[in-house]
Design a binder for this molecule. Structure first.
Ligand code: TRP
Length: 383
């Protein structure tokens, strides 16, 4: 077990209280600087995505070069993915909302990977294949409902897209020694061999458009920083296969509603997150019970103010539900000063969350008709 200030972050394990700056240094990635944000702001025509403006995406690899290339006429594509182990919760949407923002502003293609194989192999609780396949499609519908453009959005649904992925996976797998995956992912002798191969499949989409078109097309991957180890492997081999190294944009892990420093994606207690299939009364109960940064009494809170940085409700405002920077600033200021009490803050949030759930449900219905048509099943070349 890690000690007090130790932590472990890999795609298959997140443990301890994460010091994000130290993690960034350990991984050897760059910080998202004000200069970089200014560059993006300029390229996007005077706007910034909320998750970048609020520091949730705090680390990157090679993003400035990709943006400069775009500004000089070299378009890139987006790639992100989801391991379908169950229903999505609101924090899972973060990376896809960022992608949707880029697609809408810059008109770039999006590739989504749904890893129903990975989740079957990595599940510690023994999830059934029927379940990973079922959630794969449900999750895909939720993702597409965020507003992706059907004409520019493509899905690799691993078990169904394997013929399209495999010719490239063959080449990639040959470049990855067992000692690398063992060290990078912490595999042990009992790890099943599916997972040993899997990282090759997660690299494929980063090179796929370049392979399909026969010319180098830059790739940008927004993801949780826990996924970086996969893409270090992709980046290390990219040039030897003749493809550009993918650029990365890393987010912090969103804390759960129960307020522990656990990875929200693996939270096994369902009260730790707002799932997209939670009915309104469950959402209400979860928010009302959520851990806050409030004081013991109203009097104390009015006098001393509360602590947004430790509050799971503030985290929801920050990551998802404050629709503007001014709303986000108001909530933060009200909390810190003691003017906004937790009960009132939760009521305001619930109203906002309710609106989101209703519009998301309507968007899902529209997407259902075409979601499956985004799934790529055919390889562009035999080799
Ligand atoms: N491994 C990811 C997960 O467990 C799924 C995934 C596949 C992914 N490709 C990706 C995540 C690209 C981010 C970016 O959820």
């Amino acid at each position: 077990m890690p000690g007090q200030d130790e932590f472990v972050v890999t795609p298959y394990e997140v443990k301890g209280r994460i010091d994000y700056e130290r993690l960034r240094e350990q991984f050897g990635t760059q910080s998202v600087t004000p200069e970089l944000l200014a560059k993006l702001h300029h390229i996007a025509g005077g706007e910034l995505p909320p998750a970048l403006a609020r520091g949730i995406y705090y680390s990157h690899r090679d993003l400035p070069a990709l943006l400069d290339g775009f500004a000089h006429g070299t378009p890139f594509f987006l790639y992100s993915g989801r391991g379908p182990s169950g229903p999505l919760h609101t924090s899972h949407l973060l990376q896809f909302q960022l992608c949707q923002w880029f697609q809408q502003r810059l008109g770039v293609p999006m590739y989504i990977q749904i890893t129903d194989d990975e989740k079957f192999w990595s599940s510690k609780t023994g999830i059934a294949r029927e379940e990973t396949a079922h959630w794969g499609l449900e999750n895909l519908i939720d993702i597409l409902a965020l507003g992706f453009d059907p004409k520019r959005t493509h899905t690799f649904f691993d078990s169904r897209s394997i013929a399209a992925l495999y010719p490239l996976a063959i080449r990639i797998a040959r470049k990855v020694p067992y000692s690398t995956v063992k060290a990078v992912f912490g595999f042990t002798p009992s790890t099943n061999i599916g997972l040993v191969f899997y990282t090759a499949l997660q690299t494929v989409p980063a090179f796929w458009p370049s392979w399909a078109e026969g010319r180098p097309i830059p790739c940008l991957i927004p993801c949780g920083i826990d996924q970086d180890p996969h893409f270090r492997i992709s980046r290390d081999m990219a040039e030897s296969l003749g493809y550009p190294k993918p650029a990365l944009l890393h987010s912090q892990m969103v804390p759960g509603l129960l307020g522990e420093s656990v990875m929200s994606t693996t939270g096994d207690r369902s009260d730790n997150a707002l799932f997209l299939n939670d009915p309104p009364h469950v959402v209400e109960r979860k928010v009302r019970n959520a851990f806050t940064g409030g004081r013991a009494t109203v009097e104390e809170q009015r006098r001393l103010g509360a602590t947004p940085e430790v509050c799971s409700v503030w985290a929801l405002w920050r990551t998802q539900f404050a629709e503007s920077e001014s709303k986000f600033a108001d909530v933060t200021k009200g909390c810190r000063s003691g003017a906004l009490l937790c009960g009132e803050c939760k009521s305001q949030l619930l109203e906002r969350v309710g609106r989101f759930y209703r519009s998301h449900a309507a968007a899902r219905e529209k997407v259902k008709d075409w979601a499956e048509s985004t799934i790529v099943t055919v390889a562009p070349h035999p080799l």
